[in-house]
Design a protein around this ligand. Structure first.
Ligand SMILES: [Mn+2]
Length: 335
C-alpha cells in the first residue's frame, strides 16, 4: 500500500510545483498532469505543466486553457530553478524525460516519481511511488486525490483521470483492466465528463496518412510460429510515400495483436538513420518484457519495447530470432 501521507506532506510543503511526463506523451501521463494541475491550482499552488514534447493533437481537449507548455531553456529556466518540487508521471525510464529531465538534474530539484512502471533510473528521486499493479498511473493519482479531496472529484480532474485509465487499459479491454479501473470510470462519469467525446478525440482522429500507412503494413504483414507471431517493419520511405509522420506509427502494434490466433505482435520501425524502434504487444500467453530487455529495452509483461542500434536489414533478423526463441521456450514442449 502506498503511504499517501508522506506524499501529501511533500506536496503541501511545496509552493512552486512542476508537473511533467515522458517524451511522446500518452493519455496516462498527460491525463495525470491535467488532473493534478487542476487540484494543485485549486490549492493555490504556483503550478506549471512543462513537457519535453508538445501536446499531441488528440489530447488537446485535456488543455482547454492552454496551460501545457513545451520545455525551452530560455523561457522556463528562471521559473524552473526556483521550483520546490517536480512531480513526474508515468515515466518508466528517466531518460524519456529528455530535455526537461536534464534541466531537473541540472537544478538538482526535489522530485516525486509516481509510476506503474518499475525502475525509472536516474536521478535518485526524493520520493518514489511505484505500484506495478496499478492499471495506469492515473489510478495512483485517483487514489491520492481521494485521500485529500472530501466528496466527489471535479469534472476537470475527472477528464484527466478518465483519459489516463481509458488509454492505458485500451478502453477497458486490456488484461490490466480491473474492478478499480471501472470504479474510477464510474466516478468520472458521475462527475459529468463526456466520455464519448473523450474517446472520439483520442481514437477517432487519425490522419488519412496514418490509415494509408496502415494499409501498407497490412499488405506486408508476416506470420510465424503457426500464426501466433505477427510482425511488420516500417521504414522512412513508407512514411514518405503516404506523407505520414513518426507519430502516425503509434498504436499499430496493438492493432495487429487484434488478429485471431495472433498472440504476439511485433513492429520494427527504422525511426532514424542509425536506430530502430522495436515494439511488442502480447495477448497474455507469452511475456515479452524479457525479450525487450535482452534487446536493451524494457516495459510491462505484455507491452514492451526497445531501441536497437542498426538498420532494418540487420535489426529485423536479430529481433525475430530473439522473439521466436523466447516464444518457443515459453511454450515449453517445443514445436
Ligand atoms: Mn501508464
Amino acid at each position: 500500500m502506498v503511504d499517501w501521507k508522506n506524499v501529501n506532506k511533500l506536496i503541501n510543503e511545496a509552493q512552486q510545483i512542476l508537473l511533467t511526463t515522458h517524451e511522446k506523451p500518452d493519455g496516462d501521463g498527460l491525463g495525470c498532469a491535467a488532473a493534478m494541475y487542476h487540484y494543485l491550482i485549486g490549492q493555490g499552488k504556483d503550478c506549471r505543466v512543462i513537457n519535453h514534447s508538445s501536446l499531441p493533437a488528440e489530447y488537446r481537449f485535456l488543455d482547454p486553457d492552454g496551460v501545457f507548455e513545451t520545455y525551452r531553456s530560455d523561457t522556463h529556466d528562471t521559473w524552473l530553478e526556483k521550483a520546490d518540487l517536480v512531480i513526474i508521471f508515468d515515466v518508466g525510464d528517466y531518460k524519456r524525460l529528455q530535455s526537461i529531465g536534464i534541466a531537473i538534474q541540472r537544478f538538482a530539484l526535489k522530485t516525486l516519481n509516481i509510476d506503474h512502471h518499475p525502475y525509472p533510473g536516474e536521478p535518485p528521486f526524493s520520493m518514489n511511488v511505484v505500484d506495478e499493479q496499478a492499471a495506469a498511473t492515473g489510478e495512483l493519482i485517483y487514489n491520492y486525490l481521494k485521500t485529500v479531496i472530501k466528496g466527489p472529484l471535479s469534472k476537470e480532474i475527472c477528464v484527466g483521470l478518465y483519459t489516463a485509465i481509458m488509454t492505458d487499459t485500451g478502453s477497458f479491454r486490456y488484461n490490466n483492466t480491473n474492478i478499480r479501473s471501472h470504479e474510477i470510470a464510474i466516478e468520472c462519469i458521475r462527475s459529468g465528463i463526456d466520455q464519448t467525446y473523450i474517446y472520439q478525440q483520442v481514437y477517432e482522429s487519425h490522419s488519412p496518412a496514418r490509415m494509408k500507412l496502415l494499409g501498407k503494413i497490412l499488405n506486408s504483414l508476416q506470420f510465424e510460429l503457426e500464426g501466433e507471431l505477427a510482425w511488420f517493419s516500417i521504414n522512412a520511405t513508407m512514411l514518405k510515400e503516404v506523407g505520414a509522420t513518426k507519430e502516425d506509427v503509434d498504436g499499430f502494434t496493438d492493432f495487429i495483436r487484434t488478429i485471431r490466433g495472433v498472440e504476439v505482435a511485433l513492429m520494427v520501425f527504422q525511426s532514424n538513420h542509425r536506430t530502430c524502434r522495436v515494439n511488442f504487444r502480447s495477448k497474455g500467453k507469452y511475456a515479452v518484457n524479457e525479450i525487450a530487455k535482452s534487446l536493451g529495452g524494457g516495459g510491462h509483461r505484455f507491452a514492451a519495447g526497445a531501441v536497437v542500434e542498426g538498420l532494418l536489414d540487420a535489426v529485423v533478423p536479430r529481433v525475430l530470432s530473439a522473439t521466436k526463441q523466447s516464444l518457443i521456450s515459453q511454450n515449453g514442449h517445443g514445436r
